[in-house]
Design a protein around this ligand. Structure first.
Ligand code: TRP
Length: 336
């Protein structure tokens, strides 16, 4: 039986943090074993918010290195850069004629961006979900591992697929958003305010590139609370958050000990954070060092990018044949 096709994308903006790792990358690594996977560094999408390209090359290569360090294997999945696949841009153009501006203006992510960058409300920002639909449908993917905030975009992708099929003939499947472990995809920032990814304060976000000392310092400064006054109290959010991080990187015994201390009202958050800091260092530092080694090996990165581009283009070219056929964009008479 043919495996289902999975596609996901990640923007090369900023540094990869723990929220990306547990929310996305770790799941991708699992999925590459089971599905026909395409994972894409979406550099075109990043231009909608980061028009300055001075740092783009470095961001793309660093992200690629971090994806490899996390365990994505170019032999098991198709790992590529969006701009290496021009077919995506062609499909984006066709989908733009099937996307209504009213719908695009009502998209939650668009409204957020308008608030964040009122001086650069460019058309690319408005049609961001159209480009995302092209990413997904150019491989006729059916499963899209994404966070909750992306579900509206996947719904829009289904709309464009349906509109295309209705108007021109059946080419596209109806993809669905898909997440492996939904409760693990919410990594809160270290001040307990919002998701780690949303935070603008670098001291409350843990990055895969952080040094050991910086990791320790961030965790030391993380928000805790007063020790509970009564046995078996409900944990305040900031404390639950520390436990959540501990469950991800510490041994079950360690977590259990601190749970008991909490329930017996003898917990010392200083000790807990010290332990968490050490376990976090043990978790992050091998990833950081592997990423650094991949980043230093440009020959290997070039090879990964060109193999990925070729595989992704083969799939995209096949889809675009069907698309142009269905649309009647064929003007040469092949037989006379
Ligand atoms: N919009 C996604 C994000 O901000 C990134 C993305 C671009 C994506 N194209 C995609 C995700 C295709 C899944 C599928 O995180």
């Amino acid at each position: 039986m043919k495996k289902e096709t999975v596609l996901s994308g990640i923007r090369p903006t900023g540094f990869v943090h723990l929220g990306n790792y547990f929310g996305a990358m770790r799941n991708w690594v699992k999925m590459q074993e089971e599905f026909d996977c395409y994972f894409c560094v979406v550099d075109w999408h990043s231009l909608t918010t980061h028009p300055d390209t001075k740092e783009l090359r470095e961001s793309v290569l660093r992200l690629l290195s971090e994806l490899l360090a996390s365990g994505l294997d170019p032999e098991k999945c198709v790992l590529y850069i969006q701009s290496h696949v021009p077919e995506i841009a062609e499909l984006y153009l066709y989908f733009n004629m099937l996307a209504y501006t009213g719908e695009l203006e009502r998209t939650a992510t668009f409204k957020d961006k308008v608030r964040q960058q009122p001086d650069n409300v460019n058309a690319g920002l408005l049609t961001y979900p159209v480009l995302q639909a092209a990413d997904i449908l150019v491989h006729r993917a059916t499963k899209v591992p994404v966070g909750k905030d992306q579900e509206q975009h996947i719904e829009m992708t289904r709309n464009y697929a349906e509109r295309f099929n209705h108007r021109y003939g059946n080419v596209f499947p109806s993809p669905t958003a898909f997440s492996y472990d939904s409760e693990l995809t919410r990594i809160m920032s270290l001040d307990g305010k919002g998701k780690m990814s949303k935070s603008e304060n670098h001291m409350v976000t843990l990055y895969l590139a952080d040094s050991d000392d910086l990791i320790r310092e961030k965790i030391k400064k993380a928000k805790s609370d007063a020790a509970p006054a009564e046995p078996n109290s409900v944990k305040p959010d900031s404390v639950e958050n520390l436990f959540g991080l501990m469950r991800l990187v510490s041994s079950p015994d360690t977590v259990e000990n601190f749970e008991q201390d909490f329930n017996n009202c003898v917990i010392r958050y200083g000790d807990m954070k010290k332990q968490l800091g050490e376990d976090m260092v043990k978790f992050i530092s091998p990833l950081r060092e592997k990423a650094r080694a991949f980043r230093a090996d440009e020959k290997y990165l070039n090879q990964v990018m060109s193999i990925g581009a070729e595989k992704a283009r083969n799939s995209a070219i096949a889809t675009m044949e069907l698309v142009r056929d269905a649309m009647g964009l064929k003007y040469f008479a092949l037989k006379s």
